[in-house]
Ligand binder design. Structure first.
Ligand code: NAP
Length: 259
């Protein structure tokens, strides 16, 4: 089954940079109408101007009370959502700032799940729609100093799995996206939030595990055309992360290096 995307609308959160911005560009190229959102209004304005008449923006914080409802009301008829806004933390669990931990779950889990649930009700009534959540390859395993982030992505993946089964008979697809290291502002933001000058994670990640955000964006467009449960851009990482579940000691021997 190949779904025509021309003229269909997608709402993308976290579109002021990185994977969200690249996805807005790729979806526009595929003929979709895009509604983009994030907090940095100037970035959204510039992107919307670049993408032309088929792109509109709504700025705001996905964790603000009522914002998800406002987004969906203002976005109007939406075929797909890509719940992508998120951030990382680079802190050992014993030193974790509890307020940042809560903020992380608000942004990475509660906000996307609320947005998806609100959107799913409308999609189910129309018997058509596609919800994509930005998880990570780290939804499948954990690394030291990133326990809070990995937990948020594992939670999102588990919730998406449930939603996929719940919404199947309403013809609403649910997919999770599992990027490997992607060259965006993510690592710098994560280091800054954690009081570090530079992200240790990025510098320790081998180049074969790093990719351009366009690679993720193009894979998302392919998934919108031919829906599937999980979007991966690295076959080796998909296989490695699966075997990590079966072999936890091996997993920890390897992932300990990424602290
Ligand atoms: N980069 C990687 O290696 C990697 C790997 C796996 C998964 N991911 C996931 O990919 C997604 C996108 O990250 P990225 O790599 O593209 O990083 P990024 O360039 O830092 O983008 C993050 C986006 O999220 C938005 N955002 C963050 N908090 C928000 C909030 N409270 N309200 C509204 N928007 C918010 C940011 O916009 P504003 O600051 O303008 O609000 C920005 O547009 C995240 O969920 C991340 O966990 C990234």
């Amino acid at each position: 089954m190949k779904i025509p995307l021309e003229g269909k609308s997608i709402l993308i959160t976290g579109a002021s940079s990185g994977i969200g911005e690249a996805t807005a560009r790729a979806c526009t190229k595929a003929g979709m109408r895009c509604v983009i959102t994030a907090r940095r209004t100037k970035r959204l304005q510039t992107l919307a101007r670049d993408l032309g008449d088929t792109c509109t923006y709504i700025s705001g914080d996905v964790t603000a009370a009522g914002f998800n409802t406002q987004l969906l009301d203002e976005a109007g008829d939406t075929y797909a959502i890509f719940a992508n806004a998120g951030f990382g933390l680079d802190q050992k669990m014993i030193n974790l700032d509890q307020q940042q931990f809560r903020n992380l779950f608000n942004t990475n889990v509660f906000a996307p799940v609320e947005l998806a649930s609100l959107a799913a009700k409308k999609m189910a009534a129309n018997k058509s729609g596609h919800i994509l959540f930005c998880a990570s390859c780290l939804s499948k395993f954990a690394t030291p100093s990133h326990g809070a982030y990995c937990a948020s992505k594992s939670a999102l993946e588990a919730i998406a799995k449930s939603m996929r089964m719940e919404l199947k008979e309403d013809a609403v697809f649910v997919s999770t996206v599992h990027p490997i290291g992607t060259r965006t502002e993510f690592f710098d933001m994560s280091a800054t939030r954690s009081g570090k000058k530079q992200s240790d994670f990025e510098s320790q990640t081998p180049s074969w595990l790093m990719q351009h955000p366009d690679t993720v964006a193009n894979a998302i467009v392919r998934c919108l055309r031919r829906p599937k449960p999980e979007v991966w851009t690295s076959v080796p990482m998909r296989l490695i992360s699966t075997s990590f579940s079966a072999f936890p000691r091996l997993s920890e021997a390897i992932t300990t290096r990424f602290s």
